[in-house]
Design a protein around this ligand. Structure first.
Ligand code: BG6
Length: 488
């Protein structure tokens, strides 16, 4: 049985959902320079080079330090309007309430509160917007679960300070956190620091130019310190606050029982996820990463009290996303599979989504157990779901049985982990509960929601909200607290 008061809801992020990118005094974020794209046309960031020519770089390409981010008015930037939660929040929250949500995961856009990131005074209009959103949620009995930073940052902090590579970012971020913790005291109790902290790699999430491995680990160290200080600050401002981490839990399997494959899987799992949860749940760097830095002669500058900060800033719970598993192999000729965050080898035992992400419901039970065995702290599944194209019938109905099947199979495994393994699971917020822009491709057609938003990849459409079959199904799941999931 799921516990009484289990949190049922859905999840979104400001840069993919909110829009209103220049309204209410909001400043530009790194994510605002990201174009749309598709599997055949990758997403790019737009920059001005030294001669003021606009150049487009793919997210994975290095940004030369001399480049400045720029917007080209002939291009489409999906974050600018996203699906316009900014103007639709009342309607959207009413739809969530109709499904029976008792929580809603969303992120605050940092540049709505501090448009450049290094100001002393916050933007009152931005603070007021989130007051309105939280009040609307609470009026419907919906508890906000807030991510402080989800895949974006003030553009100014990237251009002027080189993003998280600069230690000053810690103080800017803490000032932002102190402002929102104080303002929303009594309205928000569940917080998460950095979304998918283990997948922050690119310019939009770290804001770092000329990235290399040493700069990467230095930026990550600053983020760990910022996160640990945020946990302490959250508790100080309101002892009722629960401040969690957010991990992309990409489950990995060795391809064979050959110890070479098993060893490689262990190394990949550490580097891909455990480094991040080990530091944030245990409060210190694991020996395997310290040894790696030594071997590679990577020097990460740390201040004297950093070790104590990490120890005193352990998280209250683990929020994690789970979409798929992956296969790790030492074979050089392995066919590679896609998935959230990494490329791995294909798994012949699993089906794949239309975007070629493997579908592995049992992997969710395994993930819950791995994390529980390792850390023994409460967990919340804050993202899970199937990205798929939907078809609107002439009467406006949308028959998304594939999504229902995916979610049912995953919730059944969650239930087993709770009932048969005793893991401490406190909530479930499937991703993109109302259709929003894809983080990976910038597409609209890769939809996750219970609610359809009438918009295409180029941003055309009336943005009307339509209920899918999964809307009525999820309502029944919540009504029985998930306990009758096998029969729904
Ligand atoms: C997670 C992110 O990685 O996966 C979300 O936290 C993202 O922001 C989600 O949208 C699904 O990925 P995609 O690429 O299908 O949008």
């Amino acid at each position: 049985m799921f516990k009484e008061g289990f949190l049922w809801g859905g999840a979104t992020a400001a840069n993919q959902y909110e829009g209103g990118y220049l309204e209410g005094g909001r400043g530009l974020a790194t994510s605002d320079t990201k174009t749309n794209g598709s599997l055949t046309r990758p997403r790019k960031h737009s920059f001005l080079d030294e001669d003021n020519n606009i150049v487009y770089l793919r997210g994975s390409e290095k940004v030369p330090s001399s480049y400045k981010a720029v917007l080209d008015e002939t291009m489409y930037y999906p974050s600018h309007q996203a699906v316009d939660f900014y103007h639709h929040y009342k309607e959207d929250i009413a739809l969530m309430a109709e499904m029976g949500f008792n929580c809603f995961r969303m992120s605050i856009s940092w540049t709505r509160i501090f448009p450049k990131g290094d100001e002393t005074e916050p933007n009152e209009e931005g603070l007021k917007f989130y007051d309105n959103v939280f009040d609307e949620c609470l009026a419907h009995g919906i508890q906000p679960v807030v991510t402080l930073n989800h895949f974006d940052m003030p553009l100014h902090l990237s251009e002027e300070y080189d993003g998280w590579y600069n230690r000053k970012l810690i103080d800017f971020f803490l000032h932002y956190c102190e402002t929102v913790f104080t303002r929303y005291k009594g309205k928000v109790n569940y917080w998460m620091t950095f979304n998918e902290i283990n997948l922050l790699r690119g310019y939009d999430t770290l804001g770092v130019h000329d990235m290399n491995e040493e700069k990467y680990y230095q930026a990550v160290h600053h983020i760990f310190i910022a996160s640990a200080k945020t946990v302490q600050l959250g508790h100080k401002i309101d002892p009722e606050n629960k401040v969690g981490m957010m991990l992309a839990h990409i489950l990995t399997y060795p391809e064979t029982c050959n110890p070479d494959d098993v060893e490689m899987e262990m190394m990949v799992a550490r580097r891909l996820k455990y480094l991040f949860s080990d530091v944030q749940c245990r409060g210190y760097y694991p020996s395997y990463v310290l040894k790696e830095w030594e071997r590679k002669q990577i020097c990460v500058n740390q201040e004297e009290d950093d070790a104590k900060t990490l120890l005193d800033g352990k998280v209250d719970y683990i929020g994690f996303s789970y979409y798929n598993s992956g296969v790790i192999t030492t074979r050089k000729d392995a066919k590679s599979a896609l998935g959230n965050g990494i490329k791995t080898a294909t798994n012949p035992y699993l089906k794949e989504s239309a975007w070629k992400w493997p579908i592995d419901p049992k992997g969710l039970r395994i993930s819950l157990n791995l994390l529980w065995d390792r850390y023994q702290i409460p967990m919340m599944i804050v993202e899970n779901g199937l990205g798929a194209e939907d078809h609107v019938e002439s009467d406006g109905s949308i028959h998304d049985d594939y999504r229902i099947d995916y979610l049912r199979d995953h919730i059944i495994q969650m239930k087993k982990a709770v009932e048969e393994d005793g893991v401490d699971l406190i909530g479930y917020t499937p991703w993109g509960c109302i259709d929003l822009v894809s983080a990976g491709t910038g597409e609209m057609k890769k939809r996750y929601g219970f609610v359809y938003v009438d918009m295409d990849d180029e941003g055309n459409g009336a943005k009307n909200r339509l209920k899918k079959d999964s809307f009525y199904w999820y309502k029944k799941v919540i009504a029985c607290n998930g306990n009758d999931i096998e029969n729904l």
